[in-house]
Design a binder for this molecule. Structure first.
Ligand code: FES
Length: 603
């Protein structure tokens, strides 16, 4: 086995690469988060790199299909298919890196009556002496029960391990935090009483630090889910972990590392300590939930997609490696079904004020997997649509995540294209909302017809045997290649929008309603918050309703997690909402194939 040096540009990171590992594995080992939708099978084009110097293995058949001969001559390769044979310099394009990305952490503010599951008390216990030989545990419990008329009966074993010597150094003046009748933290008096709410998404993780005594959100932050490097969608990740126990452990470890990093960052921002975080609430889709808890995912891999557990769970934070107060718990909201998880329950919880008593409402959380609920008179039916990663910019030739330089808004007026990019930087590619705008504008200008076919236009060209519309030409970009929408991109978006539209259609059909009867459409999630609703309606992704029927609510799942953190009543409500939902498996709906086939038409 030989080792070579690899310089990864433009990040300027150097890796030591073995000749028997792929460039993708080497990048991962070097701490570089790379896009890998297909889990390294050479199918998704996500791990595109350019070899600037050095020799590497011959292109595989997948690479010959992915790149033109000119691109291969220019050194473009798929990192997952490439093995190096000398020291190398490798350029990683912005769109192949999983960071940085704009992450939606904000959402509508919902007020809640504060009833956290943890309460903190100030105690002053007496010191042990020759005439008072009581053990530390009994001393704390007795003082607490006596001072506050409580029924505390135990101290978490880790709290006991860590606190005995500290209590002596604090002269037995301490802040004791209780959950039910168990002591889960002992801190010096006075300490903060903090809670951590996490929305664990397939692509992004949003974290919120809350003051449990006031209910205020002290800080929030978003990070990329590092599991992206092991497969961008849920199915790739499930396939990955089913290959070995070591891979299951790996995926759990990388995500917990990010949760700990988030907690540390939030504490740094607020000058607080992670030991002061007395409880966490985590919401995520069923697969993220199972991977975090090391639960078997085999049931999610094949029909009927039964989860290992549905009910809400309370587990010790240390059991998943979450580094907060020693005896703290993590509460996980209930799942609904294999592909409709606790994040959708959290979203329904957060938007309850909007949908309650409103008549027929559609609540939709757009992502790689899109969950849709139809709500009427307290009855909730849900479906899960495999909308795929096109809205994340994946499988789109010039698609990219919502990072700096991504075109996020686009208009075509009198044949002239105007656009806005994230950060106001020169355009690098198109993120989801930009792709949606581009297809809608081309459709409205009759450049793309109902079937999705690109017609003739001065900006339409055939390049590498494919028709494409030039959005930003090579001349406009200087020396970089033109940014285009290809015929294949249009097909990808048609499939994504068709999945969402057919999900809504099946729900309406199953419950006997028509589109016209919908009173409100609630759109949640990062992508949903940034889209131009008009574009989504124009291409037929969302129902054709007046614009004031739509409400974009930001990261409602994160808000739901915050509500559950602040109120045990909200946890009860979440359980009630989850048990009221009847889940419809799309594949089993009558005439689903026909509905889907119709739904992929534009307009
Ligand atoms: S093509 Fe390399 S990870 Fe998908």
């Amino acid at each position: 086995m030989k080792f070579y040096n690899v310089d990864f540009e433009p990040i300027g990171k150097r890796g030591r690469c073995r000749d028997d590992e792929s460039l993708l594995d080497c990048a991962r080992r070097s701490g570089i988060g790379m896009v890998s939708l297909c889990g390294g099978r050479g199918k998704c084009h996500g791990c595109k790199v350019q070899i600037l110097r050095g020799s590497v293995s011959e292109p595989t058949s997948n690479e010959r299909e992915s790149f033109s001969s000119q691109e291969l001559r220019d050194g473009y390769r798929l990192a997952c298919q490439t093995y190096i044979a000398s020291d190398c310099q490798v350029q990683i394009p912005l769109e192949s890196v999983t960071t940085p990305q704009r992450i939606q952490v904000e959402g509508l503010e919902v007020s809640v009556h504060r009833e956290p599951s943890v309460s903190s008390y100030h105690i002053q216990a007496s010191s042990p002496s020759l005439s008072d030989l009581q053990a530390d545990e009994e001393r704390i419990i007795e003082t607490l029960n006596h001072q506050y008329k409580l029924h505390c009966n135990s101290i978490d074993i880790d709290v006991l391990r860590k606190s005995s010597s500290l209590l002596r150094s604090w002269n037995w003046d301490a802040q004791v935090s209780l959950r039910d009748n168990e002591v889960i933290a002992i801190n010096p008096w006075p300490s903060h009483q903090l809670g951590l709410a996490i929305d664990l998404g397939t692509t992004k993780v949003a974290g919120y630090l809350l003051d449990l005594s006031s209910g205020k959100t002290l800080a929030s932050e978003g990070m990329m889910n590092p599991q992206l490097s092991y497969g961008e969608d849920i199915v790739s990740r499930i396939t990955y972990v089913m290959e070995s126990r070591a891979k299951t452990i790996k995926l759990q470890e990388v995500v917990v590392e990010v949760l700990n990093q988030l907690a540390a960052n939030l504490c740094n921002k607020t000058n607080t300590k992670s030991e002061e975080i007395l409880e966490a609430v985590i919401v995520g889709n069923t697969a993220m939930h199972h991977l975090l808890l090391h639960l078997p995912v085999e049931g999610l891999a094949a029909s009927p997609f039964a989860p290992a557990v549905q009910r809400a769970l309370d587990i010790k934070a240390r059991d998943i490696g979450l580094d907060i107060a020693p005896g703290a718990y993590v509460h996980l909201l209930p799942n609904i079904a294999g592909f409709v998880g606790a994040d959708h329950v959290a979203m329904l919880l957060a938007t309850e004020e909007i949908w309650k008593g409103q008549g027929l409402v559609i609540a939709i959380d757009i992502g790689t997997n899109t969950e849709v609920s139809l709500i009427n008179n307290g009855e909730i039916s849900s479906v899960s649509c495999a909308s795929g990663p096109a809205f994340e910019g994946a499988h789109i030739k010039d698609g990219m995540r919502a990072a700096n330089g991504a075109i996020e808004r686009l208009q075509l007026i009198n044949g002239k294209i105007t656009y806005e990019t994230i950060g106001g930087l020169p355009p690098v590619g198109l993120c989801g909302s930009g792709i949606l705008d581009a297809i809608a504008q081309l459709y409205l200008a009759d450049i793309i017809n109902k079937d999705g076919r690109i017609s003739n236009h001065p900006r339409v060209r055939t390049y590498e045997k494919q028709r494409e519309f030039v959005l930003v030409s090579q001349e406009e970009r200087g020396s970089s290649p033109a940014i285009t929408i290809t015929q294949k991109d249009v097909r990808e978006l048609q499939l994504a929008k068709g999945a969402i539209h057919s999900g809504i259609k099946v729900l309406l059909q199953e419950r006997g309603y028509s589109e016209k009867e919908i009173k409100k459409v609630i759109i949640a999630g990062a992508f949903g918050s940034y889209i131009n609703v008009m574009s989504a309606v124009s291409i037929g992704m969302l129902p054709r309703l007046p614009l004031d029927h739509f409400q974009q609510v930001g990261n409602a799942a994160g808000i739901g997690a915050k509500l559950a953190l602040l109120s045990i009543n909200k946890r009860v409500e979440a359980q009630a909402v989850a048990s009221r939902v009847s889940y419809i498996e799309l594949a089993t709906a009558p005439h689903f194939e026909e509905i889907f086939f119709q739904a992929i038409y534009l307009g």
